[in-house]
Design a protein around this ligand. Structure first.
Ligand SMILES: *Cc1c(COP(=O)(O)O)cnc(C)c1O
Length: 429
C-alpha cells in the first residue's frame, strides 16, 4: 500500500508494507538474511545486469529495509529512497553521485555540528569542498555558486537553534543555476515539513532522531524527488553518461526519474557499503507508525516550554521559531505549518558557568549528544557537538557559548517546566 491519496497518519502506518505472502505475518518481518536464492542462472544474470529488480545480497537490498525505503519516500512525496547506516552516511550517499574531485557544494552555516565537520574537513579527502554561506542571504548563495558547484545543501529546521530556512527561495536559486537542492529534514520530519513540495531535489534524514523516535537506532536515508533533469547539462556524468561498471548503461536514460535511487543502490551501497541493517529498519518502521502522534506532542511541549522560558528573567533569550519574537516566526506557516519542531536553544543569565550548572542540576532532562528522542535532552553545543568549530563558526551556526540546546521530549510539560525551574534556580543562585 503506497497510495499517496491516503492521509499522512494512514501512510505512516501502512505505506510500503503488506502482509507477508507466505505466512500472513501482519507486521513486517525482519528478513535477517545476507543472500537470496536465484530462481535460475538467467534470473541471476538479469539481476546483476539491472535488467530485473530483485534481491541479491543485503549490502544492496533487503525486504525489511525496502519497506522502510518505500515508507519514507511516500511520506516525503518522493519517487524512491535509499536507506543507509547513519545520517552522515546519507549525506555522503547524496553527494557521491553529484561530486568529483575539484567540485564544491554550497552549504548553510546553520547545520548540525557533525555536518559542519564533515563538510569542512572530511570531504576534502575526496577532493570535494564546501562553501559556507548565510542562507538568509540569497545573494550570498548566488555569489558562492560557481562552475564547479554541484549541489546546494541546507537543513529545513536548522540545528541547533531551530531556525527555519526559506526552502522555496533557496530552491529557486539552485534551480536558476541548474543545481539540485539537498535538504536535511531530520529536525522537522515529513510530518512538519515536506521539502520536495518547496522545490528540494533530494531529502536526507538521520533516522536516528525523530523518525525512529526513541533513541535506539542509528540510520539514515536519502529520498529522491525524481524531478531533477540529470541530463540537462554535462555536470552529472555519473547519472547521465555511460557507467563502465554496468556495461555502459546510462542511469538517467534507463531509469528516468528513479535514476538517482538506482544509482544509490547499484553503485553507492554496492561500493561504499554504508548499508542499514534489517533490525534497525524494523525499529524505525515501528517508530514511524507513531510519528504524527509524537510530533504533535513534541511541538505542543516545545511551545509551552519556550513560552515559559522566554518569560523567565533568568533567561536572556530563546531561539524557538514558534515564538512570535523569533525572526523566523513568519516562516513557520509557510515551511512547517504544523509547528516549528522541538529543538531550540536558550541563553542562561550567567553565561557558560550557569549553562554547566543548569545541565548538571536537571533531573528529567538527559545530558546527551542526541535529539529527537521521546525523552527530553539537553546539551551545551559549543563545548560538545560544535566543539570542532571556531567561535565565529559557532556563532554563525547559532551555537553561542552562552546557550544550551534542548530537544523537548513527550513527557508531561509541567514536569519538564518544574525541572527547568529548579535547575535554573541552582544555576543562577
Ligand atoms: C544527527 C544528525 C545528523 C547525523 O546523523 P547520524 O545518524 O548521527 O549520523 C545529520 N543531520 C542532522 C540534522 C542531525 O540531527
Amino acid at each position: 500500500m503506497s497510495d499517496a491519496t491516503y492521509g499522512f497518519d494512514t501512510l505512516a502506518v501502512h505505506a510500503g508494507a503488506r502482509p507477508d505472502p507466505t505466512t500472513g505475518a501482519r507486521n513486517t518481518p525482519i528478513y535477517q538474511t545476507t543472500a537470496y536464492v536465484f530462481r535460475d542462472a538467467d534470473h541471476a544474470a538479469a539481476l546483476f545486469n539491472l535488467q530485473e529488480v530483485g534481491f541479491i545480497y543485503s549490502r544492496l537490498t533487503n525486504p525489511t529495509v525496502a519497506v522502510l525505503q518505500e515508507r519514507v519516500a511516500t511520506l516525503e512525496g518522493g519517487v524512491g529512497a535509499v536507506c543507509c547506516s547513519s545520517g552522515h552516511a546519507a549525506q555522503i550517499m547524496a553527494l557521491f553521485p553529484l561530486m568529483s574531485p575539484g567540485k564544491n557544494v554550497v552549504v548553510s552555516t546553520r547545520l548540525y555540528g557533525g555536518t559542519v565537520t564533515q563538510m569542512t574537513q572530511t570531504i576534502k579527502r575526496f577532493g570535494w569542498s564546501a562553501k559556507f554561506v548565510d542562507f538568509d542571504d540569497l545573494d550570498a548563495i548566488r555569489d558562492a555558486i560557481d562552475d564547479d558547484t554541484r549541489a546546494v545543501f541546507c537543513e529545513s529546521i536548522a540545528n541547533p537553534g531551530g531556525y527555519i530556512t526559506d526552502l522555496r527561495a533557496v530552491a529557486d536559486v539552485a534551480d536558476a543555476a541548474g543545481l539540485p537542492l539537498i535538504v536535511d529534514n531530520t529536525s522537522a520530519t515529513p510530518y512538519l515539513c515536506r521539502p520536495i513540495e518547496h522545490g528540494a531535489t533530494l531529502v536526507v534524514h538521520s533516522l536516528t532522531k525523530y523518525l525512529t523516535g526513541n533513541g535506539s537506532v542509528t540510520g539514515g536515508v536519502v529520498v529522491d524527488s525524481g524531478t531533477f533533469d540529470w541530463s540537462a547539462s554535462d555536470k552529472f556524468p555519473s547519472l547521465s553518461a555511460s557507467e563502465p561498471a554496468y556495461h555502459g548503461l546510462k542511469f538517467h536514460e534507463t531509469f528516468g526519474p528513479l535514476a538517482f535511487t538506482f544509482h544509490g543502490i547499484a553503485i553507492g551501497l554496492r561500493d561504499l557499503g554504508m548499508t542499514l541493517n534489517p533490525q534497525a529498519a524494523h525499529y524505525t518502521l515501528m517508530g514511524i507508525e507513531t510519528l504524527g502522534l509524537r510530533m504533535e506532542k513534541h511541538v505542543s511541549n516545545a511551545r509551552k516550554i519556550a513560552n515559559w522560558l522566554e518569560q523567565d528573567d533568568r533567561v536572556n533569550y530563546v531561539t524557538y521559531a514558534g515564538l512570535e519574537s523569533s525572526p523566523y516566526f513568519n516562516r513557520v506557516e509557510q515551511v512547517c505549518p504544523r509547528g516549528a519542531g522541538s529543538l531550540f536553544t536558550f541563553a542562561v543569565k550567567g553565561g557558560y558557568e550557569a549553562c554547566m550548572k543548569l545541565i548538571d542540576s536537571l533531573e528529567i532532562f538527559s545530558h546527551v549528544a542526541n535529539l529527537g528522542d521521546t525523552r527530553s535532552l539537553i546539551i551545551h553545543s559549543a563545548s560538545t557537538t560544535h566543539r570542532q568549530l571556531d567561535e565565529n563558526q559557532q556563532r554563525a551556526a547559532g551555537a553561542d557559548p552562552e546557550v544550551v540546546r534542548v530537544s523537548i521530549g513527550i513527557e508531561d510539560p509541567d514536569d519538564l517546566i518544574a525541572d527547568l525551574d529548579q535547575a535554573l534556580a541552582k544555576a543562577t543562585a
